[in-house]
Design a protein around this ligand. Structure first.
Ligand code: ADP
Ligand code: MG
Length: 704
């Protein structure tokens, strides 16, 4: 969560003495980071020294001693010491350059393949030994590696023995560059006094703040990394809860300033829909209606598994709102999803002659387009505005805002939630989430929201057929994809990474798209989608996919949230072992939305039996609540990194699922702290007060 990207006061040496600077110092202050590099960091949302230090590794790599080829197991990430034998064959397949060669040690050989890396040819000298590092695959009984990293032995042995941080990267920015900048930043900064009160640190056995920041980046061992992580996750939760308390105090139970009367239109729509609402939908709709018509402002969380039909509930609520002469707003976490909601609403409006006058408002619109929408909202010609964060920008003024719906709430921070609600006066707030969280956690995370659960899927759904397989199944899978496309269906393929070189042995969208284009029949239209694309491009691709101008969409998890393309029937997920099961379940929810039989193929890229066991839970259940619970039971604290359950609340390091215990502890501490010292006025809380004030962007702490 952006707002929790906590900046501290940092000291910096200038002219031989320490000068205090705060975390907002530009990263160009760091030696070796020039304007050009700073621009690359900017792409990762890192502008300041503070942000850099709070850009945690997404994973750690352990460079183990190389093994003999004879000891390599298929599916494992291995390093082998071997030399090139024979020639390097170069092939051109459409716009793809493919290199093939063989490496050998005393006991065996491996077939190597590189895509679009022609320079590898000049890197290797015959007869010399190199270390090749990558995931070993077994192809027709022979060992093979694709895109393996190549090291000179002396280079490699410098890396063995410690945990090496792996950061999220972007083209032009290497892991080495990030690690070096972080090291520099750490050595430059003098950390002030730890802001957490001593009693909390002692009681919770928390690591010192400075040590935690250092060791999350460069842990001497696994245990130190876990301790560092625990401290930083605690901080994140603790501050989040302090902020929440502040918000909560401002919106205690409010009277209903926008009472709504029953409207015939609403009942008519519910009856005219091409499907019957499920019992669960009816029940939750009654609760929503009860709020809108009752004595107090609505403040309700709607939880329901993917595909349970939450959107129509939002539309019904908005319809009641506009029929009563008010305005409504609906906010989505991505432009793609916002556009989709807008289109669905427009379609319903035309089909059933509804009184909606919707407008779409997103960040990628031109200033002129936006201005037109702002005006229309202000004068009331638009009565429902659907959009992304752009919605909450200052210039939007509503004439008569009464209801704010937030879809996929778990993606938003408190700050965003609060500022949209603040647009109207004491408006009704309805938030929707497909990520199941137990009631106890929901109460901590969502404060005083009432909770409704849509615990039933529409009856007409064919259950999705799943399979969990190793990488050797790929060729078969590609034939299957081609068959489905030939039958008129569409396909999603998910890879964890955006581009080459982010993590070894992990598939990336960019190369994978090229690979699929060369493997699948040429008439199949393959396109890619990822979070680093410009919003306008993302929208275009998603629209083309929805309009069936694209058959196969290779994407990162940006499509995870709420997209609805009923014609898509296959979801193939590469490196499924790297995702939390709850997230995989979300991804699976993108298919099985129409009348066709749908399929989900989970590829276990690690080949490890434990990963098969974990992924197998998805085979056994279609119940998101159950899946998330089982996943937690199976994984120990050793599996903390690399796998996230979901982007729930977008905490940077804490994970609401796996750190549920810590979250509860943090809440307990926050409560006790505020009970003792409501305004954090005591001298021993001075550092915390300054700290929280800085995060909240204000010095006045009165409301806490
Ligand atoms: P989610 O809860 O994941 O947001 P959506 O609201 O996108 O789910 O609904 C998924 C699909 O199910 C949509 O195509 C929607 O039209 C359809 N749908 C919603 N309610 C029902 C129902 N009661 N019966 C059949 N289909 C429904
Ligand atoms: Mg949805």
């Amino acid at each position: 969560m952006g707002v929790l990207c906590v900046c501290r006061l940092w000291g910096r040496k200038r002219g031989g003495r320490w000068v205090w600077m705060d975390g907002s110092a530009k990263i160009t202050e760091i030696k070796g980071v020039g304007e050009k590099t700073a621009k690359l960091f900017g792409k990762l949302d890192v502008q300041t020294v503070g942000e850099l230090l709070h850009t945690y590794p997404r994973d750690y790599e352990e460079f183990k001693e190389p093994v003999a080829i004879a000891d390599c197991a298929a599916g494992e990430l291995c390093s082998v010491r071997a030399c090139l034998v024979g020639n390097i064959a170069v092939k051109k397949v459409r716009n793809l350059t493919v290199l093939n060669f063989v490496i050998r040690d005393a006991g065996g050989q491996i077939f190597m393949t590189y895509f679009n890396m022609p320079y590898v040819r000049n890197l290797l000298k015959r007869g010399l030994f190199y270390i090749f590092r990558g995931v070993v695959q077994s192809k027709n009984g022979k060992l093979a590696m694709e895109q393996a990293k190549i090291y000179r032995p002396e280079e490699y042995f410098k890396l063995t023995g410690i945990l090496q941080p792996r950061y999220s990267l972007t083209a032009g920015l290497t892991n080495h560059m990030v690690a070096k900048a972080v090291r520099q930043a750490l050595s430059l900064c003098e950390f002030p006094r730890d802001y957490l009160p001593e009693w909390i640190r002692v009681e919770q056995g928390l690591e010192d703040y400075r040590k935690a920041v250092e060791e999350i980046h460069f842990p001497p061992d696994y245990e130190s990394m876990l301790k560092a992580r625990r401290r930083l996750a605690f901080d994140e939760f603790f501050l989040f809860i302090l902020m929440l308390r502040k918000c909560r105090e401002n919106n205690d139970v409010l009277e209903n300033r926008y009472p709504m009367e029953d409207d015939a239109q609403v009942r008519k729509l519910a009856e005219a829909l091409p499907y019957k609402l499920t019992e669960a939908q009816r029940k939750v709709w009654q609760e929503i209606r009860g709020d809108l018509q009752g004595g107090f402002a609505m403040n309700r969380l709607i939880q329901g598994d993917v595909g349970s039909g939450k959107t129509i509930l939002a539309f019904l609520a908005l319809l009641l709102c506009v029929s009563n002469g008010y305005q409504g707003a609906m906010m989505a976490p991505t432009e793609v999803l916002a556009a989709q909601h807008y289109e669905s609403m427009t379609e319903l409006t035309e089909k059933y002659g509804l009184p909606f006058r919707p407008a779409l408002l997103t960040g990628s619109m031109t200033a002129k387009e936006k201005r037109r929408v702002y005006e229309a909202i202000q004068c009331g010609t638009v009565n429902v505005v659907i959009g992304t964060h752009a919605l909450i920008q200052e210039r939007v003024e509503y004439r008569d805002l009464a209801l704010v719906v937030t879809d996929e709430q778990h993606r938003f921070g408190v700050r965003q939630r609060e500022s949209l609600a603040g647009k109207g006066e004491d408006v009704h707030v309805m938030v929707m989430s497909a990520t199941p969280i137990p009631r106890t956690l929901a109460i901590i995370l969502y404060g005083d929201l009432d909770i409704s659960i849509v615990d039933e899927l529409p009856a007409d759904r064919l259950p999705i057929k799943n399979c969990v397989v190793g990488t050797e199944y790929r060729e078969k899978a590609y034939r299957f994809l081609a068959k489905e496309v030939a039958a008129g269906r569409q396909v999603y393929v998910i890879c964890p990474m955006v581009e080459e070189g982010e993590l070894e042995g992990v598939e990336n969208v960019t190369s994978y798209t090229e690979k699929l284009k060369s493997i699948l029949p040429p008439e199949i239209r393959v396109a890619c989608l990822h979070g680093k694309m410009r919003p306008a491009d993302k929208n275009r691709i998603m629209e083309e996919y929805a309009a069936h101008m694209i058959d196969v969409l290779v994407s990162t998890t940006v499509i995870e949230v709420g997209i609805n393309v009923p014609n898509a029937t296959v979801m193939m997920i590469e490196n499924a072992e790297r995702f939390g099961l709850a997230q995989l379940h979300q991804l699976r929810g993108r298919v099985g939305r129409g009348g066709h039989q749908s399929y989900c193929i989970f590829i276990n890229g690690s080949g490890k039996p434990q990963a098969f066991e974990r992924l197998d839970i998805l085979n056994r259940s279609n119940d998101g609540f159950f899946i998330a619970g089982e996943d937690l039971k199976l994984r120990g604290p050793g599996d903390l990194f690399g796998i996230r359950q979901s982007g729930l609340m977008d905490f940077k390091i804490g994970d609401v699922y796996q750190d549920a215990g810590l979250l509860k502890e943090a809440e307990g501490c926050a409560e006790r702290l505020l009970a003792k010292d409501r305004k954090l006025a005591r001298p021993e809380h001075g550092a915390l007060r300054a700290y929280v004030g800085q995060v909240l962007g204000e010095t006045d702490f009165r409301t806490i």
